[in-house]
Ligand binder design. Sequence first.
Ligand SMILES: [Mg+2]
Ligand SMILES: [Zn+2]
Length: 203
Amino acid sequence: MAVWKPCHSDESTGLRPALFLDRDGVVIVDRDYLGDPADVALVPGAAETMRAAAALGYLLIGVSNQSGLGRKLFTIPEFNGVMKRLDEVLAENGTGFDGFYYCPHAPGENCACRKPKTGLLDEAAETCAWDKGASWVVGDKASDVALARAGDMGAVLVRTGHGATYEQEVRLMMENDSEILIADDLAAAFAALRRADRRGPGR
Ligand SMILES: [Mg+2]
Ligand SMILES: [Zn+2]
């Protein structure tokens, strides 16, 4: 597994809730194996939502499968360029990630960090603690939903990116699980998770 930015929680303030955010299709427009910083484009409302969540005390932690690295469709320097551009664009909008973790492997490598496996969460937990009962994963694939539930957190599938194509599969997962939600985009996901009955800030 790999770290773009390690998350460090401040124990003196107590456990904070976390929003684990998938990158492609949630925070930025999914470009299928994005390797060019010029192609970084925020999903409308995503930066504003991150700013609002941070103001409420949520840790913002990126968790991203980047199999384009393992498939050799783009290089680590290209990936780093994309991440640097994303950090700039978020900073221009007054926000940013507290931590960012990614899986650089191809699916066939059978690593421990490709979502829905929990390696990225385990890696974050080495330097960062969060209040699972008040925390969520937001993603555009069923693997993001499965990661959330494996990590004892709530899940929101967004319809941006590939989300619409996973809606039916996730609806089946929802039949016996009340901690999974579906929303149009990150902004709607945040509104929905705030309404849901997990122990978020101010509850
Ligand atoms: Mg995605
Ligand atoms: Zn991996």
